[in-house]
Design a protein around this ligand. Structure first.
Ligand code: CP3
Length: 352
């Protein structure tokens, strides 16, 4: 049995009592930290940083040196899978991800091979192993992957999009091709996350960042169905410890009941979803992560304090709350603001 010095995060995911709610922040490693920008400059670019396990491990540790966070997340990206599938991933400053060879035909989808995680994605597993070693049991390590729908959206569009018109058209005109792609991605994510778990990830998170562009009719079959397949295919116990799964569907607040029924331990909430209402709807079945608006991090300390008090009051008493933002830390937030947020959170009286 792995003993952790701080197991608040894993306990809260299993809805066990904790002395105070754990906190970690999406994009806790990233551009708002000057030491991250220096590290990325040293690596050359973002993907070179991801592919160097030493530097990626260092990036994951940077926020933990500054702030009293209750979990570390591996430094990587959800687009490592399509990159390993040969789509040619590039990140251009200011414009986000871009694929040289986006997927546009059923033939291209048929030809896609499911990546073997230990060979093509071995650098990610090496980052997990190094991070576990460096942390020495101080806090747990979170592994992650994108949902099949979110990965497919980037692969078909070739870049980030507001309207996602190509994949929306494919959904209508070539649903069989899209289902084939989603199924291959689900199989790839299962192998990838299981390899992360074997390498030492103690919890995993599935980012369904674009699930919210689907409709009430299409979300179940084009996104949640494949996440369900992943949850069913994951190794759920390692070294006698449960490996909890968190599902974050951004824009998915309408479908919490369905999300809570697929076998994951926790749901990540975006800032558009009331945590009080989410708790009433599904809080007896899953833990809840979130959901302070990232924009609140710009507020002066007093307002930040009010926001934290409100967030904790909205969740209410009892276990199962993991404090986080509704989405990632914006790159222009000052590190001192993040520091203030964590301080005011941890100064709240315990034992609510
Ligand atoms: O600290 C952490 O949270 C861990 C690392 C992490 C990154 N990306 C590093 C990153 C995680 C968990 C992700 C997940 C990810 N990547 C998601 C899901 C979460 C979400 O934001 O909705 C998505 C959609 C991606 C794809 C992606 N990667 C985009 C769209 C972009 C560019 C836009 C942006 O937000 O920066 C990235 C780049 C990226 N991933 C950066 C980092 C630190 C910035 C790259 C840089 O240094 O220039």
């Amino acid at each position: 049995m792995v003993s952790l010095k701080n197991s608040r995060y894993l306990q809260a995911l299993l809805r066990q009592p904790v002395d105070r709610p754990p906190v970690w922040l999406m994009r806790q490693a990233g551009r708002y930290l000057p030491e991250y920008r220096a590290l990325r400059a040293q690596a050359g670019d973002f993907m070179s940083l991801c592919r160097d396990p030493d530097l990626a491990c260092e990036a994951a540790l940077q926020p933990l040196r500054r702030f009293a966070l209750d979990a570390a997340i591996i430094f990587s990206d959800i687009l490592t899978i399509p990159d390993a599938m040969g789509l040619g991933l590039h990140f251009t400053a200011g414009a986000g991800p871009h694929f040289e060879r986006p997927l546009r035909t059923i033939e291209a989808i048929r030809q896609l091979a499911i990546p073997d995680p230990e060979s093509t994605l071995g650098y990610v597993m090496e980052t997990v192993r190094r991070l576990r070693r460096a942390l020495q049991g101080s806090v747990p390590v979170i592994g992650f992957a994108g949902s099949p729908w979110t990965l497919a959206a980037y692969m078909v569009e070739g870049r980030a999009s507001r309207t996602f018109e190509r994949i929306q058209r494919m959904l209508l005109e070539e649903p069989t091709a899209l289902h084939l792609l989603l199924d291959k991605l689900a199989d790839s994510v299962i192998l990838y996350l299981n390899a992360q778990i074997t390498a030492g990830a103690q919890a995993v998170m599935i980012f369904d960042s674009w699930g919210g562009v689907l409709s009430d009719q299409t979300y179940p079959s084009f996104s949640l169905n494949y996440i369900h397949k992943i949850v069913t295919g994951l190794v759920r116990e390692q070294a006698q410890q449960r490996i909890p799964i968190t599902l974050f569907t951004r824009g998915g607040g309408a479908w919490l009941e369905a999300q809570a029924a697929i076998g994951c331990e926790a749901l990540g909430l975006d800032e558009w979803t009331s945590i009080a209402e989410a708790r009433r709807r599904v809080g007896a079945r899953v833990a809840l992560q979130g959901n302070l608006s990232p924009a609140r991090l710009y507020a002066p300390r007093e307002e930040l304090q009010q926001a934290v008090v409100q967030l904790l009051a909205d969740y209410g008493s009892g276990p199962g709350h993991i404090v986080n933002l509704g989405h990632g830390i914006p790159p222009d937030v000052l590190p001192d603001q993040v520091q203030a947020f964590i301080e005011v959170l941890q100064q709240q009286p315990a034992g609510r």
